[in-house]
Design a protein around this ligand. Sequence first.
Ligand code: ADP
Ligand code: 5GP
Length: 321
Amino acid sequence: MVLGTEPKPYEGHLAIRLNEDRIIIIIKGSNPDDCIWFLEVDTEYVKQQKKASGTEVVAWSKGARGDAEKPVVISGPSGVGKGTLINMLMKEFPSMFGFSISHTTRAPRGTEKNEVHYHFTERSIMEKDIKDGKFLEFASVHGNLYGTSIKAVEAVADSGKRCILDIDVQGAKSVRASSLDAVFIFIGPPSMRELEERLRLRGTETEEQVQKRLRNAEAEIEQGKSSGIFDHILCNDNLEKCYENLKKLLGLDGSAPTNTKPSPKGIDLPPNHSVSKIDNKILIKCEAPESGNATKNSIVLDISSLKGGAPGRTRGLKRDS
Ligand code: ADP
Ligand code: 5GP
């Protein structure tokens, strides 16, 4: 079974085994963002998938230069103000944060737009995508299926922004257990009465749905506070105060920061090349005899700090020359 998104059809490739776990594949004739791939043959992810499916498994992972900032997972009961706080953050720091657009089987609310607020989808399609390993996490929440696709998180990281996930406590637990290294923040209400009032004032749910969300809230608050999943717990009593505390946690309380981290860049590969490996370095040599200087056209990749991997990107590739 081959998991993950495969490279597009290509003219040719060079491959070299990095270790027992994976093979690096350098694709000829593709664009700089798309030329380094990894085929995982025995990583933790592949081992898990082999065990779960009972068959042989390999998995593709695209290589990306540089690191992405740790994603921020925000959880809390429905109506506590997660969306409001995230909107404030995105409005104040538009170049710094990107929202992970989840999939859901629930119907859109009045002003919600497909592919902006959620990918609204049918249950059968989402279930198939989950089975095909396209989701980082998923959960049944208030009677509907919600989930974070690997693509949604990678798209934000590829744009050089810090990813924000608004997911329920079960989803946070799954992400905690995954290979994604994130900061986990739980937002709690000042009281159940206040939570009920906010849900009613928002006016987006039927009475039956409000009741269901309130019933689930008690367990969510209990788990949020005691499960050890969350790194930080904030109480959203006064909105401005809570927002200031959230910014403090994210290191944004000083002078107005800008996103100085460049987007991870690709690699401009010469058309004819050969590849070799020395310790933690991959040497890609351009075959250009007329230049008479092979090293001038060489690319050295440092693979000592690789992170992530299938089912998402392999990050942390560094270029030495
Ligand atoms: P969630 O995304 O957690 O479901 P929302 O962000 O939609 O919650 O907030 C629910 C409602 O509560 C909204 O109408 C919002 O304007 C309101 N709200 C959010 N924070 C506060 C607060 N601190 N005090 C009073 N109302 C709030
Ligand atoms: P709503 O229907 O109000 O938009 O969201 C209901 C609940 O689903 C919220 O607690 C929200 O955090 C959660 N949720 C939204 N997207 C996801 C997701 O991708 N995965 C999980 N596990 N929960 C989600």
